[in-house]
Write a protein that binds this ligand. Structure first.
Ligand code: HMG
Ligand code: MG
Length: 310
């Protein structure tokens, strides 16, 4: 079968915004530098497959993430291909924002940690000090008319600290919301979350004043929980889901992080549920097959593998 049988389920949104992170989260962890023209082709193919939000790269320190040192060149290469497409980029600090503004970026994302250890490892800041770094970025971006997303990492467990209290995650998310982030994306950076945990976190966030309509989910699939966690989030009212074409990805500073929820696995489920995404699954799976060839290893996505069998 090339497509699932369509059988809707009550309590789901009619449409889901697929927030594609393949070119950024998917590639940031690759040790061999992918040529900028290959990255540009990846972005173009994702857009052709119907994705309307593609997180393209990060304006971070090239010493910290050498793979994305070509951020400005990549944006130059795809500048003519992003009509009608949201193309957010990650920026941690004012230097990153200045580089992004210089390239005409319209949307940025800051990325906070819910734990002390990961704040230190990923941002070289304490949990408290990360907000001092983000405050001028969010303010400056908003003054320039940009939309700002705020990620929270390690929402469902941390490889160094273990369990992460829900209240601690809520406080970090609430602070990003108060700073002016229009959307909060809840990162399961190492993929340990399960559906009950997702449900409780979303409820506590809403109770703390972070509305579910402003909340996105970002599940890594390390323990195979990403789709069930996503369905739980959709039933709670979330309508934006982060995913990575072919299931690429991981964070170079998060021990044991594997790829994100594969966009194909997400789209297969949503197609079956009759939830609109605008994504052409065949074109997307072909893109991930092509990208797997460029990277020299098969895609971990079950849907990409099954469709490739014919
Ligand atoms: P630092 O070392 O404290 O920064 O790192 P600094 O301000 O002291 O600067 C050090 C050097 O970096 C200087 O260069 C700066 O100019 C340069 P030097 O003078 O030594 O030659 N620099 C920059 N260059 C270009 N662009 C910039 C920039 N900033 C500084 N923006 C810093 C602090 C935040 C910069 C560093 O920790 C960093 O870049 N971290 C990024 C780590 C990262 O990208 N991680 C992956 C993304 S997060 C993620 O994947 C999780 C997520 O997917 C959600 C989830 O799954 O949970 C979002
Ligand atoms: Mg991630």
């Amino acid at each position: 079968m090339r497509a699932p049988q369509r059988v809707p389920l009550a309590g789901l949104p009619e449409r889901v915004e697929v927030y594609e992170v393949g070119p950024r989260d998917g590639l940031q962890n690759e040790s061999a530098v992918v040529p900028v023209e290959t990255k540009a082709e990846f972005v173009r193919r994702l857009v052709s497959a119907g994705l309307r939000t593609v997180e393209t790269t990060s304006f971070v320190s090239p010493r910290w993430v050498p793979q994305l040192a070509d951020a400005a060149d990549l944006l130059d290469a795809v500048a003519a291909d992003l009509d009608g497409v949201r193309a957010p980029v990650l920026v941690p600090n004012e230097k990153g924002l200045a580089r992004a503004l210089d390239k005409g970026v319209r949307e940025v994302a800051v990325f906070a940690s819910a734990t002390e250890t990961f704040a230190q490892r990923n941002l070289n800041r304490s949990l408290a000090d990360q907000f001092d770094m983000f405050e001028p970025v969010v303010r400056g971006a908003r003054e320039a008319g940009l939309a700002v997303r705020g990620y929270v990492s390690m929402c469902f467990g941390d490889p160094w600290e273990g369990e992460v209290p829900v209240g601690q995650v809520v406080e970090v998310a609430r602070r990003l919301h108060v700073l002016g982030c229009a959307e909060i994306s809840l990162g399961d950076t190492v993929g340990t979350g399960t559906p009950g945990h997702v449900s409780v976190l979303l409820a506590e966030l809403a109770a703390a004043g972070v509305p579910v309509e402003r909340t996105a989910v970002h599940f890594h699939d390390t323990y195979g929980q990403a789709l069930s966690n996503t369905l739980t989030a959709l039933r709670a009212g979330v309508t934006t889901v982060d995913a990575s074409a072919g299931g690429l990805g991981g964070c170079p500073y998060a021990k044991s992080a594997t790829g994100n929820l594969a966009t194909e696995d997400l789209v297969w489920m949503l197609d079956g549920l009759g939830v609109r995404t605008g994504v052409d699954l065949e074109a997307l799976a072909a893109t991930s097959g092509w990208m797997a060839g460029q990277l020299g290893r098969p895609s971990p996505s079950r849907t990409v593998q099954a469709l490739a069998q014919g």
